[in-house]
Design a protein around this ligand. Structure first.
Ligand code: SIN
Length: 490
């Protein structure tokens, strides 16, 4: 696919450090590949520790001026950035589809979704109240003041190349932090275009620095930030294994962390559910982004009384999903991000079949379409001993499990180290209350498959991490609280 942009300048290949577009110090580059075809889209800077250090130097230099600005001034700049994202929405969507593979309508949705975090935090940043603590002693006044935590390192994944960046960077900038950021090696182009727009919108030099790096070099870049005392906060979305590594390594400099890690979401359909609505909810939640979403249902528990009807209706709909490259106007499922991702899906489905599952639809790689396609799949008779139960498949595979009682399904749903999202379909409001209360997760879709919103707190419990993004709570992770006790007032 040839990438045609209205504004060619949005295809950036260099790092943004201290307000300047720069090559990696050693002039190294790495290729960004279109997952639909395997073709190289561009070569971008392959940064290393020296570039990471330069970014931190720039963020440190810009910190005091940015912190001293009025919240309204920062908000005004964020609002201009938001407007500019929307003005360039088609180009951003085209870049995103080319490097990530998601169909263009989904990429357009993500541009709007990603931009919504910038608008939201522009507003929230101006409403950052502290506390005047009720007086405890005569002559003394106690205050709690919220302050920017300092330099933030943002490390973002490839599945949402834009939204995961804006929901980290926008709150950090809104409260007065400066930022060093590294997007995933598979999808740096959207991120580079995005910070270019931020720079043009008036984000001052050094306040927002972003550099690209290959998988191997990325470890070095992040390692430098983890060791640097000046970086006070790390925000990361990605795997639990990497999240644990960041937590261990950042202990040396005691950084504050937000970790949005792996999920293994249960999707529970009770006998008393509206089956059509449950199927629609599952299609929205499971097959968004080709199933490459941390909150997407990984285990679908259906009660015996509606199991057959649910499975039949779901398989019929899934069989009609149109699998095609992002440029096909009818595409609903694009390629997976890379060959490794397809290998994992194949391994999971093969393991399930060996252990007694049956394929209702799909169940195979679509090599005839390109290097990284896998058919949308529904499998029945899934059981607890299968890989699809214990690991996040991160692909368009829906395994169905039959259950009989509420207690049983709560036990099964919680029987995982992860706790990001869950979905519950029931028309019984007492049951809804009981089950929502019992599920060990951070996000619940109750009779609803689409949960994402800039106005809602997003994040997990257990091995899915900690911290919340979006909503008014999304500012907290970028703040520290200073207590001021003023005496001599009597
Ligand atoms: C994700 O964590 O994979 C994305 C969640 C979302 O914003 O919907």
């Amino acid at each position: 696919m040839e990438l045609k942009l209205k504004r060619e300048a949005l295809l950036r290949r260099q790092n943004l450090i201290g307000g300047e577009w720069t090559d990696a110090v050693n002039h190294a580059c790495f290729p960004v590949v279109n997952p639909a075809t395997g073709a190289v889209i561009a070569h971008v800077a392959n940064s290393g520790p020296a570039d990471a250090r330069a970014a931190t130097d720039a963020a440190a230099k810009a910190a005091s001026d940015w912190r001293a600005r009025l919240p309204r001034e920062r908000a005004e700049i964020l609002r201009r950035w938001h407007a500019s994202i929307l003005d360039n929405a088609e180009d951003l969507a085209a870049l995103m589809s080319a490097e990530q593979g998601k169909p263009l309508p989904e990429a357009r949705n993500e541009v709007a979704y990603g931009a919504s975090y910038v608008a939201w935090f522009a507003e929230e940043g101006t409403r950052l109240y502290g506390d005047l603590i009720p007086q405890q002693q005569r002559g003394k006044q106690m205050r709690a003041v919220k302050e920017p935590i300092g330099i933030v390192a943002a490390i973002t994944p490839w599945n949402f190349p834009m939204a995961m960046i804006t929901r980290k960077i926008a709150p950090a900038l809104a409260v007065g932090c400066t930022v060093v950021a590294k997007p995933a090696e598979d999808t740096p182009l959207t991120a580079l275009a995005l910070v270019g727009l931020a720079h043009d919108a008036g984000v001052p030099a050094g306040v927002l620095n972003l550099l690209s790096a290959s998988r191997e070099q990325g470890i070095e870049v992040v390692g430098d930030w983890l060791a640097d005392e000046r970086v006070r906060k790390v925000t990361f979305t990605g795997s639990t294994a990497v999240g644990k590594h960041l937590a261990r390594e950042s202990a040396q400099t005691l950084k504050k962390l937000s970790l949005e890690l792996g999920g293994n979401a249960p999707f529970i359909v009770f006998d008393d559910a509206d089956v059509e609505a449950a199927v629609a909810g599952l299609l929205a939640a499971k097959f968004r982004n080709g199933g490459q979403t941390c909150v997407c249902p990984n285990r679908i528990y259906v009660q015996s009384g509606v199991f057959d009807a649910f499975a039949r209706t779901l398989a019929a709909h899934v069989g009609e999903l149109h699998v095609a490259p992002a440029t096909d106007p009818g595409a609903q499922i694009g390629p997976m991000i890379n060959a490794k991702a397809v290998d994992k899906i194949e391994r999971h489905v093969r393991d399930a079949l060996v252990k007694g599952a049956t394929v209702l639809v799909g169940g195979r790689r679509l090599a005839e379409k390109g290097p990284n396609y896998y058919a949308p799949t529904v499998i029945a008779n899934a059981t607890s001993d299968m890989l699809v139960t214990s690991e996040e498949t991160f692909g368009p595979v829906a395994p169905l499990y039959r259950f009989t009682s509420e207690d049983e399904v709560i036990r099964l749903a919680n029987d995982t180290p992860y706790g990001l999202a869950a979905y519950v379909y029931t028309r019984d409001h007492r049951r809804a209350e009981r089950v929502c209360g019992a599920l060990e997760v951070g996000v619940i879709g109750l009779n609803e498959g689409s949960v994402a919103s800039e106005a809602a707190p997003f994040g997990g419990v257990k091995a899915s991490g900690y911290g919340r993004e979006g909503s008014r709570y999304g500012l907290d992770d970028y703040l520290s609280i200073k207590y001021i006790c003023q005496g001599g007032l009597d």
